[in-house]
Ligand binder design. Structure first.
Ligand code: ZN
Ligand code: ZN
Length: 358
């Protein structure tokens, strides 16, 4: 799977003769090259595509990158030399670059060494394309989620008082790799008891006890695409308040999911969920956004947050993850991912959301 043609089709719209890609996530999205590694650059012109990398990656690039001229950089002949040749060959005057990724120093080098072309900010070309997933990308996202769900099913049979948060995080990592993940999409979050009030807690040596909520937020990468899910389970028993808060979060998530459809501004989806929490009297305990885009990267465009006024496009994949965090007591978050469609959305996640007391 590559997206060279899709990028080429957008060059005119962004007023550029070619698009230069150096960001790892964009290079993967464009080329489908799994071992993109730290070094490499792709250049998409109106009539030719190039993929340049060094000796560490060249063999894999030649095998995996289709629809592009794959060439090897050397000490004496680096990216700027190849770029200058392309400028001459195709008469390139303006080259789009990733202004939200490239460092000021790198841009300066390109401007000095490729003086005949003008470099124009064009990250948005890639952002817009990556926001709307095609069927192959959806398939990879679903594959990543199915792996995470197998890990969840196993951990729910193992999880018990006496384990530490780190034990659980290590098991989740192992299980996702065991079931076919290429990597984690981020370090698993495992937060129990009072630690659960920190939305992005780092797994600690804290021993999980009866009466704790355990929030597990984890995901993996499959075919280059990320999964992201959160489940909060209870150990032994729950208090009345824990039960109540759990169901407010669940109802908030369902309200956000019901509001998510193509054309609806991201903030409206967030507000639908936030209203449920606020109406229940817990508004001050929900401080983050309802959801974020998920794809090649774990956090990408678009957002379903209070400040995101743009409509969600059909084909976007967003998380749905409200939470209530009670400092010093406990926290609850429930997270699925949704495919935004005309008239509604499809939930990728199949794992149950009823309160589970282990
Ligand atoms: Zn998550
Ligand atoms: Zn998330």
């Amino acid at each position: 799977m590559n997206h060279f043609a899709a990028i080429r089709e957008k060059l005119n719209e962004y007023g550029i003769d070619a698009m230069l890609l150096t960001c790892e996530a964009n290079r993967f999205y464009a080329s489908g090259f799994h071992s993109t590694g730290t070094d490499g650059a792709a250049l998409v012109t109106k009539d030719e595509t190039y993929y340049w990398t060094d000796s560490r990656y060249i063999e894999a690039a030649q095998q995996q990158v289709k629809g592009a001229k794959v060439e090897m950089t050397t000490t004496g002949h680096g990216y700027t030399a190849f770029l200058n040749e392309a400028v001459e060959r195709h008469g390139l005057r303006t080259i789009g670059f990733e202004d939200e990724y490239m460092t000021v120093a790198e841009l300066k080098t390109y401007q000095e060494k490729v003086a005949k072309a003008e470099f124009k900010p064009a990250t948005k070309l890639l952002t817009a394309l990556r926001t709307v997933k095609d069927p192959e990308e959806i398939e990879a996202l679903i594959g990543a989620q199915r792996i995470a769900e197998k890990a969840l099913a196993d951990i729910c049979t193992e999880l018990k008082a006496g384990m530490t948060e780190k034990d659980v995080a290590a098991r989740l990592t192992y299980l996702m790799l065991h079931y076919g993940a290429e990597n984690m999409s981020f370090d698993p979050i495992v937060a129990s008891g009072a630690n659960g009030s920190k939305p992005h807690a780092v797994p600690s040596e804290k021993v999980i006890e009866a009466g704790d909520f355990v929030t597990m937020d984890f995901g993996c990468i499959y075919h280059g695409y990320c999964s992201d899910m959160t489940r909060t389970v209870a150990i032994g028993h729950v208090t009345e308040e824990m039960d109540k808060v759990y169901h407010i979060v669940l109802n908030a998530q369902l309200a956000g999911i019901a509001a998510a459809k193509a054309g609806v501004p991201g903030c409206d989806v967030h507000n639908a969920a936030a209203k449920v929490i606020a109406d229940a009297g817990y508004g001050e305990y929900f401080g983050h956004g309802f959801g974020h885009g998920v794809g090649v990267e774990i956090h990408e465009s678009p957002r379903a947050s209070a400040t995101w006024k743009e409509p969600l496009p059909a084909g976007a994949v967003i998380s749905a993850e409200p939470g209530i965090y009670m400092p010093g007591k406990f926290g609850v978050r429930i997270e699925d991912c949704l495919i935004v469609k005309e008239g509604g959305c499809e939930i990728i996640h199949k794992a149950p959301k009823e309160l589970l007391i282990l």
